[in-house]
Design a protein around this ligand. Structure first.
Ligand code: DGL
Length: 266
């Protein structure tokens, strides 16, 4: 069984990609909606949430963890990954791989404020290609729009357009470095135009998840998806249906997680 987590609905973009590649795999997906948006939180809190989420997935029976949250990966890059008995697939590594494969040398990374603060993307990309030009752009307004289901509105379009104003005109591609952002891809496409490619790291992450599932010996299962939120269970079920469509092999429920300190929903 593979475990995935994110602060919320963004992780569904990774879940969808992984599910397409591994139709029989059992998957447990944790959305920590009690603490979304992660991008506005301190590194100390994010480290605590990373540890708790990984421990929860291990406890739920995950044989390997496929990261579906860039912000958590960025924080892990600075502070280290929690010790775990299972392998953890880093999303930033997959994103960097996606950029390298396309031979891109000038990229804009659009991410949460917390991710940008760590500089993790710049470091990961320059470690692979020292001459790489990387512009890191924080987009704190976008995650709340996706969580609220405000995706097709003019407000969402304008919010994305505003973020894209910061993209250097000579860059070859934009890395959608928060898993919530591919949900707004149509707005990115309209704002960036045809000359700037958009890269969703979920595709390479899913490809690497296949190898990981085989290694973990878990690639065959009943194809069930257990979706869990730390937020409102009824609302989550509606959000899942809206974003993924109906699926009889999917269940959803709410859980309460124990964190180091009691950081409940705002
Ligand atoms: N979707 C997450 C990411 O990839 C976190 C977004 C947030 O909660 O701010 O970074």
């Amino acid at each position: 069984m593979l475990g995935l987590f994110d602060s919320g609905l963004g992780g569904l973009t990774v879940l969808r990609a992984v599910r397409a590649m591994l139709p029989d795999e059992e998957i447990v997906f944790l959305a920590d909606q009690a603490h979304v948006p992660y991008g506005d939180r301190s590194e100390e809190e994010l480290v605590e949430l990373l540890h708790a989420n990984i421990a929860w997935l291990e406890g739920a029976g995950a044989d390997a963890i496929v990261m579906a949250c860039n912000t958590s990966c960025a924080v892990a890059q600075r502070h280290g990954w929690p010790p775990s008995r299972v392998r953890i697939l880093d999303l930033i590594e997959s994103a960097a791989l996606a950029v390298m494969r396309r031979g891109i040398r000038n990229v804009a990374v659009i991410a949460t404020a917390a991710t940008v603060r760590t500089g993790a993307y710049g470091s990961a990309l320059r470690a692979r290609e020292p001459g790489m030009q990387v512009a890191e752009i924080a987009a704190p307004a976008l995650v709340p729009l996706v969580e609220a289901g405000d995706i097709e509105s003019d407000r969402a379009r304008r919010a994305v357009a505003e973020v894209c104003e910061g993209v250097p005109a000579d860059c070859e591609a934009v890395l959608l470095a928060c898993t919530h952002f591919p949900v707004l891809d149509a707005h990115f496409a309209a704002a960036l135009g045809p000359k700037i490619a958009r890269i969703d790291p979920a595709l390479v992450q899913a490809e690497r998840a296949v190898a990981l599932a085989i290694e973990a010996g878990s690639a065959r299962g009943n194809g069930g998806t257990r979706c869990v939120t730390t937020g409102d269970g009824a609302r989550f079920a509606e959000q899942l249906a809206m974003m993924l469509g109906p699926d009889p092999s999917r269940t959803s429920e709410a859980v309460r997680l124990e964190y180091g300190k009691d950081r409940t929903a705002r």
